[in-house]
Design a binder for this molecule. Structure first.
Ligand code: NAD
Length: 479
């Protein structure tokens, strides 16, 4: 099936009729073509968004909300089709897409449909001056949303839903590696009655299509999720144009395990936080630090459990770990196993590419645990973004805190302990945007989401997202 751009409420081919191959990672085969859009396609999408803006920005909150809820309902009705499409495109197990990706995408639309009806602005009475100030929260205009391949529809909708809810019109680009569910979403938007031009989806490469969105002088804000290097580049391009920027970037998150934790709960969750989605979640706890009194026990139990994880074709119900997203990505992840060995790391399990019967050309890899000697080695410092975690012991709270913070990233951290005072002390001092205590990836969509340091700038989620997608304007009235 060929994917098309969705511009001005219609499906269109790229202006230059150039196409890119889209791969099924489970088989290592091309299965569709996507537009290789250029600056001209982005211009067409921009014009469509611009002409829709005035009417959409004046559309009542109830009406915007109604349409977003309809999109959410249609996603739920088409759960199976979307889950299969996401799995085919990305390599993740179908059951995972069905349990997490698609339901959460539907939740994103539902959440912001409701949130916009509760979004209020402030007023300040200037007592003694006979004046009152009130703040308008006005939509920005045309905004750009650019998303990555790891949680394709989930992260795409996480941006689009608040942007539209707040009254903006959008030019969006999903990852060229996983464009399919964004394409299917366009069909749903038509069915839900989203006015033409409110959402425009342009497919293509980051360096051309994505770059054209970031460079476009009329696109006033960019919400981007992806790698740190790309984020830095986007910031450089956007800064001289004073664009509003929200950057959700890479992570190298610590998973800190104290001896007083609920052990079984911790072990089960740690397997998940290490290898869910083939370890390709920005929030995965890829650096595991274990208090030395339980280190040997943990090491034995963790390795034993991870060895039982079934790697296989994403459509098999028993598959726990599917295919990695692409060949270059698989090669990158495998290269880190080599690097680890070179710097004295010990591979406790996994480390190899896997061949799956019937899918011999797919991009499979064994879940891998590397015991590292020092937290300063490359595998412990650089984002690998695959089924690879490091483990090492620690002896004190101060030591582990220092190691946890000694990376350039600062997205999330997980803490396993039942000591309340320690929880408070450490949560205060961890240099991250999100701390999970005795859990992982539990999400409440009202909470601020994002990172510090090289993990990004700005926050998504709840009213933070609606604040990002609006401009505050103060009105001062003297009476
Ligand atoms: P990427 O940076 O390569 O690409 C992300 C998106 O940006 C894609 O749509 C791509 O086409 C586009 N892009 C690339 N170059 C561009 C340019 N010059 N101008 C405009 N757009 C451009 O990232 P990826 O490999 O798709 O995703 C993996 C990365 O995303 C990891 O680093 C991961 O940690 C990060 N991530 C972060 C979060 C978060 O919330 N912080 C969530 C998921 C993934």
């Amino acid at each position: 099936m060929n994917i098309q751009n969705y511009i001005n409420g219609q499906f269109v081919n790229p202006i230059h009729n150039e196409w890119l191959n889209n791969y099924n990672p489970a088989k290592g085969e091309v299965y569709s073509q996507i537009p290789n859009s250029t600056i001209e396609d982005v211009e067409m999408a921009y014009k469509s968004a611009k002409s829709a803006f005035k009417k959409w920005s004046l559309t009542s909150l109830e009406e915007r909300s109604r349409i977003l809820i309809k999109i959410s309902e249609l996603l739920e009705e088409n759960l199976q089709q979307f889950a299969e499409a996401e799995s085919l495109d990305n390599g993740k197990p179908i059951w995972l897409a069905k349990a997490v990706d698609i339901p959460r995408a539907a939740s994103n639309f539902r959440f912001f449909a409701n949130a916009i009806t509760q979004f209020a602005s402030e007023s300040h009475e200037s007592v003694g001056h006979n004046a009152i100030n009130y703040t308008l929260r006005q939509p920005i205009g045309v905004v750009g949303c650019i998303s990555p391949w790891n949680l394709p529809l989930y992260l795409f909708s996480w941006k689009i839903a608040p942007a539209i809810a707040a009254g903006n019109c959008v030019v969006a680009k999903p990852s060229e590696v996983t464009p399919m569910t964004a394409f299917l979403l366009s069909e749903i938007c038509i069915e839900a009655g989203l006015p033409k031009g409110v959402l425009n989806i342009v497919h293509g490469l980051g360096t051309t299509t994505g770059q054209a969105i970031v460079e476009h002088p009329g696109i006033k804000a960019i919400s981007f999720t992806g790698g740190t290097v790309t984020g830095a580049h986007i910031a450089k391009v956007a800064a001289p144009m004073f664009k509003k920027l929200s950057l959700e970037l890479g992570g190298k998150n610590p998973n800190i395990i104290f001896a007083d934790c609920d052990y079984d709960d911790m072990l089960t969750t740690t397997v998940r936080s290490s290898f869910a989605n083939q370890g390709q979640i920005c929030l995965c706890g890829s650096r595991i630090f274990v208090e030395d009194s339980i280190y040997e026990k943990f090491k034995t139990d963790f390795v034993k459990k991870v060895k039982t994880l079934k790697v296989g074709h994403p459509s098999a119900t028993e598959t726990k770990v599917g295919a990695l997203v692409s060949k270059p990505h698989l090669e990158k992840v495998l290269s880190y196993v080599k690097i680890a060995k070179g710097e004295g790391g010990k591979v406790l399990c996994g480390g190899n590419q896997l061949t799956i019967k019937g899918s011999e050309n797919g991009y499979y890899m064994e879940p891998t645990i590397i015991e590292v000697k020092t937290d300063e080695c490359r595998v412990n410092q650089e984002e690998i973004f695959g089924p690879v975690v490091t483990i090492m012991p620690f002896s004190s709270e101060e030591e582990v805190l220092q190691m946890a913070n000694k990376v350039k990233y600062g997205l999330s951290a997980t803490l396993w302990t039942n000591d309340l005072k320690r929880t408070m002390r450490m949560s205060n001092q961890l240099q991250v945007g999100i701390v999970w205590v005795n859990t992982w990836m539990m999400r409440d969509l009202r909470t601020p989401f994002g990172g510090v340091k090289d993990s990004g700038v700005g926050r998504e989620g709840g009213f933070e997202a609606l604040r990002f997608f609006t401009e505050p304007k103060n009105v001062c009235i003297k009476y």
